[in-house]
Design a protein around this ligand. Sequence first.
Ligand SMILES: [Cu+2]
Length: 146
Amino acid sequence: MSRLSDAASRRQVLAALGVTGVASLAGCTALVTGSGDEFDVGMTANAFNPPEITVAVGEEVVWHNTSARGHTVTAYENAIPEEADYFASGGFDGESAAREAWREGLGGKIDSGESFRHTFEIAGRYDYVCIPHEQAGMVGAIIVEE
Ligand SMILES: [Cu+2]
């Protein structure tokens, strides 16, 4: 089985869990977010879930804020492969720009129910953080394999 099909089945499982979760909370329609049914990494109150995933080169990773709080997905500039494109919610081209934008006006915030996606073209390890919850240990890693 290829890694891409692993990824596809991972998303299907998450989607199925999402449907089950909604069904078990019948009547609580506030939890239904429409486009947020498929994702790879969720964001709880102060954690990425799961905190580490492995994907194949060329695969898109979708983060989805499953909590009530605002979060960011912000790559650690010095903890991604040298040739890789920098990534951060808000589209900043570097970590200092992302941190400054957050300080000045919550730039890059992913609100409750919103998603962020990034496609990884270079193999390696990518460490990232949620800026407002860094102290709480809200960090994650994407491992990209050939
Ligand atoms: Cu956060």
